[in-house]
Design a protein around this ligand. Structure first.
Ligand code: LLP
Length: 450
């Protein structure tokens, strides 16, 4: 059994395991991941994209973006569902390799990769290194010569297409650190765009193999138009490179960013619909350009793991705060403190992200009241859920769950105030299993050299 349901006593069950049992066995706060749900989403993305791209005569690889949440088990699930793994650092690469993902099925990203990270990619036969600057092209080419290898590379370009949620997570603006622009000319009139310059530079280096072009336009995108516009710009660049050099690159990666529902009533991007829209749009563009379609790849992270995860907290202090006056109608907001906060989910503080919370250990007939769920850190921006209706009898000891925290919760967690980072617990078929254990004070003190 998978999925979330309320038992007769009002207590929430995840994949057949009650929240009281989860709290008793693993403590709170804990990240709970529904394995079957993760697998179903991974499969749904793979199958939807494979079908849509097969229908226009080409193939697609789906890379799970490990930055959203990567543990050894999670990487294995992704692989077992036919996904590859996208990594963005030596640490993510290490976890993917530990999970037994073959290097050839791993991609390595990063705007500032170290020589060690690049060397590790070579040593493990990483299938593609996505380059992000001219300087990096030279560095990887030189390192490849030293090691006697040919490095498979893609160029990350920016298309000027801007999509997605918050400014910090929209990566296709021109004035930001990622990628090489397909639009901006250099200071020299009639010079090539940085993207074209990068592609030409790679072709000049025998120690590099140019696999293709990569574009990631942002995150939490709920409208497929941005993917289509970016894909068109990439295919145009590909055709321009072919016209110029005779080299038609084989692969185009459209990045991640597929949006999910965080709140009740929100609607996630539908993988089947977005896959069909993108596939038919790239087929039209390729036909117009007179070039055969490349093989595609995509890198969803949030859409696979976000909805599969929730955070289970215990309620502590409950404090009514009356706000308003000064002409405003005063109202009371119930501040409900939980035993975690911005250290286990920085997204509300960092992006103003909204989440939904419920009391999950019991049912309640009490009238709902306007509440704000806050953490236990020493700053007022430590908000878990800005605004939610909770039963008026919410009290210390209640279990409270925040939905859709599977992506970028644990992966962006910190030890602020020296809180111990919560465990990642997988649930499946009525049983739970610890994927990453809770940190201990010994873990923290072990790092402190006195
Ligand atoms: N590929 C590349 C090159 C990326 O930079 C990203 C995300 C992804 C794939 C996966 O994107 P997704 O499908 O998960 O949206 N920490 C932020 C999100 C930053 C995402 C950065 N790159 C958040 O919590 O919303």
């Amino acid at each position: 059994s998978s999925g979330v349901r309320r038992a007769d006593d009002g207590a929430l069950e995840v994949a057949g395991v009650g929240v009281a049992e989860l709290a008793a066995d693993h403590g709170t706060p804990s990240y709970i991941v529904d394995e079957a749900d993760f697998r179903a989403r991974a499969r749904a993305y793979r199958i939807a994209f494979e079908a849509a791209f097969a229908a226009v005569g080409t193939g697609v690889d789906v890379y799970y973006a490990g930055k959203a949440l990567l543990t050894v088990a999670v990487a294995r699930w992704a692989r077992e569902e036919g996904l590859r793994v996208d990594t963005a650092s030596g640490g993510e690469l290490a976890v993917a390799l530990r999970a037994g993902v073959p290097g050839s099925e791993i991609g390595l990203h990063g705007n500032n990769k170290s020589d060690t990270e690049i060397g590790r990619a070579f040593d493990n036969g990483v299938g593609r290194i996505i380059v992000d600057s001219l300087a990096e092209i030279d560095r990887i080419a030189d390192l490849a010569v030293e090691r006697g290898v040919v490095a498979p590379v893609m160029v990350r370009v920016t298309t000027g297409v801007h999509a997605g949620g918050h400014e910090y997570i929209s990566t296709a603006h021109e004035d930001q650190k990622f990628g090489l622009s397909v639009n901006l000319a250099s200071a020299v009139p009639d010079a090539d765009s940085p993207a074209m310059t990068a592609l030409l530079r790679i072709l000049e280096r025998p120690s590099l193999k140019l696999l293709g072009i990569h574009s990631h336009i942002g995150s939490q995108i709920l409208d497929p138009d941005g993917f289509e516009a970016a894909a068109a710009a990439v295919l145009e660049l590909r055709a321009a490179l072919a016209a110029r050099t005779g080299v038609l690159v084989e692969e185009v990666d459209l990045g991640g960013g597929y949006g999910i529902a965080y709140l009740p009533g929100e609607v996630a991007l539908d993988p089947e619909r977005v896959a069909k829209d993108i596939a038919s749009s790239v087929a039209d563009v390729a036909a117009r350009l007179g070039t055969p379609l490349p093989r595609f790849s995509i890198e969803p992270g949030r859409a696979i793991v976000g909805p599969a995860g929730m955070t289970l907290y215990s309620v502590g202090t409950v404090k009514p705060v009356t706000v308003g006056g000064d002409g405003e109608e005063p109202f009371t907001r119930l501040y409900v403190s939980v035993d975690g906060g911005m250290s286990d989910n920085i997204r509300p503080a960092l992006y103003g992200a909204d989440y939904h919370a419920e009391i999950v250990g019991r049912s309640s007939d009490a009238a709902p009241v306007l509440a704000r769920v806050v953490g236990k850190h020493c700053e007022s921006g430590d908000i878990v859920v800005h605004q939610v209706m909770l039963p008026g009898d919410v009290r210390a000891g209640d279990l409270l769950a925040v939905a859709a925290t599977g992506a970028y919760g644990r992966s962006m967690a910190s030890n602020y105030n020296l809180l111990l980072r919560p465990p990642v617990v997988a649930v499946r078929d009525g049983a739970s299993r610890v994927l990453v254990r809770r940190e201990t004070e010994e873990d923290l003190l072990g790092l402190d050299q006195g």
